[in-house]
Design a protein around this ligand. Structure first.
Ligand code: EPU
Length: 423
C-alpha cells in the first residue's frame, strides 16, 4: 500500500499562500541544538518528514524532545553520545550535521552514512577534510556504512573549501564553535540558511563572524547555552509557489518571503513574461502577460539560480515559446524530472549537464514518479497545468520537504487529493 497524489489539471488558481519555514535551515538547526547545555526552543518548525527523522536521532542521544504544532523544544540535560546507527540517519542527507555537532560537543561521533535524494554523486569529502583540519581522525567502515570520527582536541585552524558547499560550511562551523582558538573557513557557501544557523549558534553563545560572506571566522568558546530562535522562510518553497503562480495563477500572493532571497528566480520569471510586484514580505504574481518566452538558466551557488528550483522551473519551461536551455553546475545529472515530464508530452532532451526544453507543449495527465523531492515539485506543477488527471507516485519524497502542499494548493483552488493504492 502506498500513497499517491492525484491532480486534476487546468484549474486557474488565485488567493494567498503563506510560506513555511526553511527546510534546509531547519534540518541544520535541529542537529545544532545538541551543542547547547540547556533548552533550545525553535519556532516556526515546518511539518515535514525530515523533522520527524531528526527528532528520532535526537531521542537516540537521550535528548528530551517536545514536538509541538509549530515549534520544537530540545532539552539536552540527559544527553548521551550514543552511536547513531538506526535507519533514521539514512532517511535524509542532513543527518550528517550530527557529525559536526557531536564532534564539537564530545570530540567523538559514530554514525551511519547519511541518505537523502538520489540525483547523482553527493560526496562529503569537504566535510571530512574540515574535521581532519581541526584535528580529528575519520574512519569509515564501508561494510557497515558507518563513520567513526574522533579527536583528542579540536584546534582552530584555516580551512579552504575547494567548493563552496552548503553542507561542509555548516558542518565545519558546528565542529569549530567549541574548538580551541580561531578557525577561519574560506570560500564558504553564502546561502541564507547558513546565516540562520550562525544566528542560532551566536544566540547559544558562539562567536562567529562573516556568515553570508566568503569567509567565516569562529573563535571557540567553552560552553554554549540554551536560547530561542525563529526559522527564516523557505525560499525554495516560495520559489516553487512563484512558479506555480506563473503557470496557473490569476492573482496569487506569496506571503512570508524574503524577496531578496529569490532575486535570481524573480528576474528569470520576469524575463519569461510573468508580471510580479514585491510588497513588503510578500510577492504578488499577476500571472503571465501573453505567451511565456523561453529562457536560459544556469544553476549556481547562492545568490545565483538555485539548483533546487531548476527542476520546478523545467516544468514551467514546457509552456514557454521556443527552446529553453538549462545548465546544471551544482549536480550535473539532476534531471530525472525530464523523463517524467516527457511521459506527459513534454519535449525535454537531456545531455548532462544540460537540458533543452522545447515549448509550448500541452501536457497530458498520466502516472509519473516523484523520483526525488524537487522532481516531486516539478510533477505537481506539471499536473496543475496538464489536461486530465496526473497520478504522482513516491510522494514520500515530497513529504520530506513541502509542508502541507496539498492544503495550500486546495486553498488556491486546485483539485488535488491523496489516495492509497495497492503496491
Ligand atoms: N560537494 C563535494 N564534496 C563535499 C560536499 C559537496 O564535492 O564534501 C559537491 C556536491 O557534490 C555538489 C556541490 O558540492 O556538486 C554542492 O553540494 P552542497 O554541499 O552545497 O550541497 P548539500 O549541502 O549536500 C544542500 C541542500 C540541497 C541543495 C544544495 C545546493 C540541505 C540539506 N541540502 O545540499 O537541497 O541542493 O545544498 O544548494 O541543505 C533540496 O532541498 O532538494 C536539496 C537537495
Amino acid at each position: 500500500m502506498a500513497e499517491v497524489i492525484k491532480i486534476e489539471g487546468g484549474h486557474e488558481l488565485s488567493g494567498t499562500v503563506r510560506i513555511s519555514a526553511a527546510k534546509n535551515a531547519t534540518v541544520a538547526l535541529i542537529p545544532a541544538t545538541v551543542l547547547a547545555e540547556g533548552v533550545v526552543t525553535i519556532f516556526g518548525v515546518p511539518d515535514i518528514a525530515d523533522v520527524g527523522a531528526l527528532s528520532t536521532l535526537l531521542r537516540e542521544l537521550n535528548i528530551d524532545v517536545t514536538n509541538l504544532e509549530d515549534h520544537i523544544i530540545v532539552d539536552t540535560k540527559h544527553i548521551q553520545n550514543a552511536p547513531l546507527i538506526s535507519e533514521a540517519a539514512s532517511k535524509l542527507r542532513a543527518s550528517y550535521y550530527f557529525m559536526g555537532a557531536l564532534l564539537g560537543r564530545y570530540k567523538e561521533v559514530t554514525m551511519r552514512m547519511p541518505g537523502g535524494c538520489d540525483f547523482g554523486p553527493r560526496p562529503i569529502d569537504l566535510h571530512l577534510k574540515g574535521f581532519k583540519a581541526l584535528g580529528a581522525t575519520v574512519d569509515y567502515d564501508p561494510k557497515e556504512g558507518m563513520y567513526h570520527i574522533k579527536a583528542e582536541e579540536l584546534r582552530g585552524t584555516r580551512i579552504y573549501l575547494d567548493f563552496a558547499s552548503v553542507g561542509a560550511t555548516i558542518n565545519i562551523m558546528l565542529a569549530a564553535v567549541k574548538a580551541k582558538g580561531r578557525t577561519v573557513i574560506e570560500n564558504v557557501a553564502k546561502e541564507p540558511e547558513i546565516i540562520d544557523v550562525a544566528n542560532l549558534l551566536t544566540k547559544m553563545g558562539a562567536r562567529i563572524r562573516g556568515a553570508g560572506t566568503d569567509t567565516i571566522t569562529i573563535d571557540g568558546v567553552e560552553h554554549l547555552h540554551g536560547c530561542t530562535h525563529e526559522i527564516i522562510p523557505d525560499r525554495i518553497e516560495a520559489g516553487t509557489f512563484l512558479i506555480i503562480a506563473a503557470a496557473m495563477g490569476k492573482r496569487i500572493i506569496v506571503d512570508n518571503v524574503i524577496p531578496q532571497h529569490l532575486d535570481a528566480l524573480i528576474s528569470k520569471l520576469q524575463e519569461m513574461g510573468v508580471e510580479m510586484e514585491l510588497v513588503g514580505d510578500s510577492i504578488v504574481v499577476y500571472g503571465r502577460k501573453g505567451q511565456l518566452k523561453a529562457v536560459d538558466v544556469k544553476t549556481q551557488i547562492y545568490p545565483g539560480f538555485a539548483t533546487d528550483l531548476q527542476q520546478p522551473m523545467t516544468a514551467l519551461m514546457t509552456q514557454a515559446q521556443g527552446v529553453s536551455h538549462v545548465r546544471e553546475t551544482i549536480y550535473q545529472t539532476r534531471f530525472k524530472q525530464c523523463e517524467e515530464l516527457n511521459r506527459m508530452g513534454a519535449k525535454c532532451q537531456t545531455e548532462a549537464p544540460m537540458a533543452h526544453i522545447e515549448g509550448p507543449t500541452q501536457l497530458m495527465g498520466c502516472d509519473v514518479s516523484a523520483t526525488d523531492l524537487r522532481c516531486g515539485a516539478a510533477m505537481i506543477i506539471a499536473g496543475l497545468m496538464a489536461n486530465g488527471v496526473t497520478t504522482i507516485h513516491n510522494v514520500y519524497h515530497i513529504d520530506r520537504g513541502y509542508d502541507g502542499i496539498e492544503g495550500k494548493l486546495i486553498a488556491l483552488g486546485a483539485k488535488i487529493w491523496r489516495e492509497v493504492e495497492e503496491d
